[in-house]
Write a protein that binds this ligand. Sequence first.
Ligand SMILES: O=C(O)CCC(=O)C(=O)O
Length: 279
Amino acid sequence: MAPPESRADRRIDGDEYRVSDDERERFHRDGYVHLAGLLTPAEVAELEAVYDRFLRREIEVPGKDYCDMAGDYGRDPEDFSIINVMLPRRYHPAWQGNVYERRAASVARQLQGDGMVIDYDQLLAKQPGKADAVFAWHQDMAYWPDTPDTNTATLWLAIDESTTENGCMRFVPATNREPALRPHSPVLGGRGESHALGTMLRTDDVVVDAPIRRGDVTVHNERVMHGSGGNHTDGFRRAYVIAFRRDETVRIERQLGFTHSHNDDAAVLDSVGVEGQSR
Ligand SMILES: O=C(O)CCC(=O)C(=O)O
């Protein structure tokens, strides 16, 4: 097998990453696709240095934008299972325009067309040995306001090799093509206590794990059902997420006061992600 550097180099041309026709087709059919070698080892290492500054809390992240996606807002940060840093590019502006953002933009354009811009970014780090670092089953659209155009390309970059054992992404392929979203409800009490929403697997749902290597991404759309299991290893499972949506969609979200910050006005957050919605 080719070493990782050349595996990546074949598909990278500066800020561009070449997505094949087959990959584009799978993204639209299944709701997600795995793209190998989006970033070279050197590029991941550069991002990782900043990533770990967030984890050491050397870069300040206010309020609920530093939280646990598997626990309530009252949990002691030492005990977080899934450390969630919302909007890292807002709190560390030097990241704006980094190599991942640039190459991810080329992927979003190839998968969803022109006019895709960054809506939000997010770091999701599962601490070692946390069986409860479970990301509940959900469809991203359940978290967001309804908009005329909902097209999304969310890139999920593995900073660590991502495996079934450490809680890689898992999907229920083709749920993106169901006519309505599944009903979602808050995982822990209410939105004031925790941000996470969840929906139940059905008995006929077929779950596919998506283990990927460091520097690879999965890309998913706004309707495919996904989640992830606990971290049963003695290492971190670190991921860096960037979601692209149409410029007009982002404009409407901002007009509503919706920025993807967990510190957004509670009334705005309460107005989306309600139980039993179907659209
Ligand atoms: O990192 C995970 O395990 C889940 C991430 C996720 O649900 C997302 O990026 O939409």
